[in-house]
Ligand binder design. Structure first.
Ligand code: CP
Length: 525
């Protein structure tokens, strides 16, 4: 049991399991389901650990996720605690961190199954409790995300993928799937951007009016993952063409997460993504419909006349939630995994160099370079190429932000100038009284104005030049924050989780809620 590579691992997002690890989860689920349905012995899967405190910590309503996890935990014979939020000090504004630390102290070993309106909670808890467990000399607890805001719902994704594989008789060479409903708010749809990568080729048809369209960053992630995407604004429009997906995934309209403007149009929007009787004749034989459930009892996007038809894949899908969650608990508690021989999750590396030394071909006299409107510097530092090619407004904003964030209140000058290509502009800050920057300041500058250069000047000559690229990871800066108010790091959440961004291409991504930003958007004004 102790040689399982999954023991103590948390599942905050789909990508917390590698593709091989996900396939292992599906293989074990198949074995369990088969044995379960045949009435065969199940002890190989069962934890039987009365000292493992398994906490159902649900701050939002749930039926399937909570009840399937409750039943999975009961199957495992663990100490199951249904944490009652309504009568706890969470109601009195106690922080999540305090609450979880306290619960962690009450059991030898712990597993937390959570649903929260805040996003990125499992990752934050995993990091905080890892440190805390070390202090106490206890085993690190594992956290499983049962849905966080409109971010992700990885265990729903795993049961969805298991259901698709089951339908496709375990052939994962390709999938053609239609996603419809509230693609904007639906975290089960967002998780598909990564979950569907277990298939070698993925073709996705997104069917939703623009108000409910998939957020751009999930769409981009699908494109990056090599998916082919087609978009349609309604089921009607979709059925006007002939290439119909054999797997349809519906979601409900998440009115509770919508702004008033969109909520007012709910009836009209719902029509675009609701199945109708007259569509039936256009649906090819063998098509299956799925839905994470719940369906709205008055206005379901899959109407009840379909319940007893061959299209119904959602009832089996819902049952699969129990089987996949039994296996997920068995994996993160180390009961399963000893026989895993695939590729483990690779640890993300943040070692990429962001400071580039630029070779000087000759000692350049500064009069040649920094003479337009700025007094040439005999000795000091010149920050050059600030916002090269951006608009004049943008360059001035960058100059002002650099001065403010780095506290450059010294004898100095700055301005916006033509580049050598006179059709574009750049900013320059000239600092005759500064001779070096701390590493942290260089990193800040790299994040403030990627691709700027730092020119070190002695005797009126540039003796060293560095080009700064976007750093692979930034944290512990007091002037940055994730602007997503639901993110666990957002100041209004009062959870004292420090902001951290990692670089993804030309964007900074919040390491907790995964919202992505341009380098200009992360700074507090
Ligand atoms: N599919 C799903 O997450 O359902 P619940 O909200 O009932 O858990």
């Amino acid at each position: 049991m102790s040689d399982s590579p999954f023991k103590g691992r948390s599942i905050a997002v789909v990508n917390d399991l590698s593709k091989d690890e996900q396939l292992y989860l599906y293989k074990k689920t198949t074995e369990l389901k088969e044995r379960y349905l045949n009435g065969d012995p199940l002890e190989d899967f069962r934890l039987n650990d009365a000292e493992l405190g398994c906490y159902l910590f649900f701050l939002e309503d749930s039926t399937r996720t909570k009840e399937s996890f409750r039943n999975a935990a009961l199957f495992h014979g663990v100490k199951l605690i249904n944490f009652d939020v309504s009568s706890s000090s969470v109601k009195k504004s106690e922080s999540l961190m305090d609450t979880i630390k306290m619960l962690f102290g009450y059991s030898q070993r712990s597993l937390f199954l959570l649903r929260t309106p805040q996003e990125g909670v499992c990752k934050a808890l995993d990091e905080t409790l890892e440190e805390y467990a070390k202090v106490l000399g206890k085993e690190k607890p594992a956290f499983i995300n049962g849905g966080d805001g409109k971010h992700e719902h990885p265990t729903q994704e795993f049961l969805d993928e298991f259901s698709f594989l089951e339908q496709k008789k375990w052939d994962n060479r390709e999938i053609h799937i239609l996603l419809t409903g509230d693609l904007f708010h639906g975290r089960t749809v967002h998780s598909k951007a990564d979950g569907l990568t277990i298939f070698d080729r993925v073709k996705i048809d997104l069917v939703a009016p623009k108000e409910l369209a998939l957020p751009e960053h999930y769409r981009e992630r699908m494109v990056e993952n090599g998916f082919t995407i087609r978009e349609f604004e309604s089921i009607d429009k979709y059925l006007d063409q002939k290439d119909i997906a054999p797997i349809w995934y519906f979601t409900r309209l998440q009115l509770e997460r919508m702004g008033d403007e969109v909520r007012e149009k709910a009836a009209y929007l719902r029509r675009a993504v609701t199945f109708r009787k007259d569509f039936l004749e256009k649906i090819p034989q063998g098509t299956k419909f799925y839905h994470p459930l719940p369906r709205h009892r008055e206005t379901p996007t899959i109407p009840s006349f379909l319940d007893s038809t061959e299209l119904n894949g959602w009832d089996v899908q819902s049952m699969n939630g129990f089987f996949t969650r039994v296996i997920e608990i068995a994996m993160v508690t180390g009961k399963l995994g000893g026989d895993f021989n695939g590729n483990l999750l690779e640890k993300k590396s943040f070692d990429a160099q962001y400071i580039e030394e630029i070779k000087l071909s000759r000692k350049t006299k500064v009069e040649d370079r920094y003479k337009v409107g700025i007094k040439p510097v005999d000795r000091g530092i010149v920050i050059d190429h600030i916002g090269r090619g951006e608009s004049l407004d943008q360059i001035w904003t960058l100059i002002n932000r650099i001065r403010k964030v780095l506290g450059l209140n010294y004898r100095s000058s700055h301005g916006v100038y033509h580049c050598s290509d006179t059709s574009i502009y750049k900013g320059i800050i000239s600092l005759p009284d500064i001779f070096s920057f701390e590493q942290k300041e260089i990193k800040m500058l790299a994040a403030l104005a990627p691709e700027c250069t730092l020119n070190f000047i002695e005797d009126q000559s540039v003796i060293r030049k560095l080009r700064l690229h976007m750093p692979p990871r930034i944290y512990n800066f007091s002037n940055i924050s994730c602007k997503n108010e639901n993110c666990i790091t957002h100041p209004l959440q009062f959870q004292n989780v420090n902001t951290r961004f990692h670089r993804h291409g030309e964007t900074f991504v919040c390491s907790y809620c995964e919202k992505s930003y341009s380098y200009t958007e992360i700074w507090d004004e």
